[in-house]
Design a protein around this ligand. Sequence first.
Ligand SMILES: Nc1ncnc2c1ncn2[C@@H]1O[C@H](COP(=O)(O)OP(=O)(O)O)[C@@H](O)[C@H]1O
Ligand SMILES: Nc1ccn([C@@H]2O[C@H](COP(=O)(O)OP(=O)(O)O)[C@@H](O)[C@H]2O)c(=O)n1
Length: 241
Amino acid sequence: METAGRPQDAVVVAIDGPSGTGKSSTSRAVATKLGLRFLDTGAQYRAMTWWMLTNEVDVDDAAAVALASDKPVLVSGTDPLNPTITVDGVDASGPIRTQEVTAAVSAVSAVPEVRARLVELQRTACAESAAAGGIVVEGRDIGTTVLPDATLKVYLTASAQARAARRSGELKGVPGAGQMSVEATREALVRRDAADSGRKTSPLAKADDAIEVDTTELSLEQVIEAIVTLVDEKLKERTTG
Ligand SMILES: Nc1ncnc2c1ncn2[C@@H]1O[C@H](COP(=O)(O)OP(=O)(O)O)[C@@H](O)[C@H]1O
Ligand SMILES: Nc1ccn([C@@H]2O[C@H](COP(=O)(O)OP(=O)(O)O)[C@@H](O)[C@H]2O)c(=O)n1
């Protein structure tokens, strides 16, 4: 019997965790290795935030953000080798990584109307990926809210110091991202994690059935291997019932 492409056979991997734990890099690599699609939901919240800033919506005015939240047309390309994001047809992959967007994104992502809109896009991307075998989706609330029936849920952690060192190393190569010391980067990411964990709607949280992986002492390659192994184990459980 032909089973490929059936939604119930698709592999859905949810990867959540705070900033700099390695969600994007590991998710892309896992999706590439397993031949799955890839979705960076943080990029969508960043794109929404960029649109608000560009259109002079006060990001601290939740009512104004809510009112504008259905205006931007966001499109995410889910090829892990070339993930893309456009806003109103314009490539937003560069502008969404600036410090201005990073500083404003937690306020925008706390607005329930923004979340409702983006969660719908995320579930649609997941449903569309079934024909390709499935998807790796990364963010803050994928296992708890967006895809509670995911095949595998992983919650990545790492010490704040390790995360800050990784992030500030990475930002050195991004034009327009601005330069910050490791200490300033650490303070900014701890502040953002607190805002993301403390919001009312769908906060950053580990799902009860997520497997926690502390990446502080692991190389990127080790984290990728660990997650591929966890997916394999889940698929074996499926076939053995
Ligand atoms: N296990 C790891 N060890 C060392 N560096 C890592 C590890 N995982 C990710 N990185 C690096 O840390 C930076 C942030 O990773 P990223 O995947 O963007 O994290 P997140 O999506 O959780 O914010 C990137 O430069 C990435 O290459
Ligand atoms: N599923 C998600 C993903 C991101 N976000 C928000 O989007 C922001 C940016 O996410 P990101 O994944 O690009 O953050 P980094 O850790 O990569 O800098 C987060 O700080 C959250 O405020 C969210 O609320 N829910």
